[in-house]
Design a protein. Structure first.
Length: 192
């Protein structure tokens, strides 16, 4: 489940950016670039698209994210041309993200992030999303590539489009749990 650049250096070296974040949240509605999705973000987002090997072939992944209050907020998505592979893709993406957050010493197998079973975790399906068991919200704890402990709040879901199925992942990486920010961030994800 290896992805180039360790998922773009764990979302563009988000962990390193935590130390330089602004301590305020200024929520605003944004259109997610390249997708029929609106989101609430607490800061001005930057967007990048690049090819990523996700174990199911190379995909053109778009990521939009920003840093605020010692946390990184990011939304990623890509199109799966075979709708029947949506559930498999979500499962693989979840395992890839969670699996890279507890590096093991060289020569030993990596361990996955530890689930925290927080309030709100479980099924996650915004209006218009496909009814897949892999559409979920989870809170986890792990160690990032810089060796820092982090807490993550994440969701994965998919929606049908004329060309296939678009799969989504939204995440907050922070120095500690951010349940209120996660509730606001995830409630603001609106398929159009």
């Amino acid at each position: 489940m290896k992805m180039p650049g360790r998922m773009w250096g764990l979302m563009g070296a988000a962990i390193v950016a935590l130390a330089a974040c602004s301590p305020t949240l200024n929520w605003r509605t944004v259109q997610v670039q390249g997708a029929p999705l609106q989101a609430l973000l607490p800061c001005d987002a930057q967007t990048a698209t690049r090819p990523v090997e996700l174990g199911l072939g190379t995909v053109q992944m778009t990521m939009q994210g920003c840093d605020a209050d010692y946390a990184t907020y990011a939304i990623s998505h890509f199109l799966v041309r075979q709708p029947e592979r949506a559930a498999e893709t979500l499962s693989y993406w979840q395992a890839a993200v969670l699996g890279q957050l507890n590096p093991a010493p060289q020569g030993e197998p990596a361990q996955s992030a530890r689930p925290l079973h927080a309030a709100g975790d479980g099924t996650f399906r915004p209006a218009g999303a496909l009814n897949l068991p892999q559409s979920l919200r989870t809170t986890f704890e792990g160690v990032g590539p810089q060796g820092w402990k982090l807490t993550g709040h994440a969701v994965w879901f998919a929606s049908l489009e004329p060309e296939g199925v678009r799969v989504y992942h939204a995440v907050i990486y922070a120095d500690k749990p951010r349940p209120q920010a996660a509730d606001t961030f995830f409630a603001g994800l609106k398929l159009q």
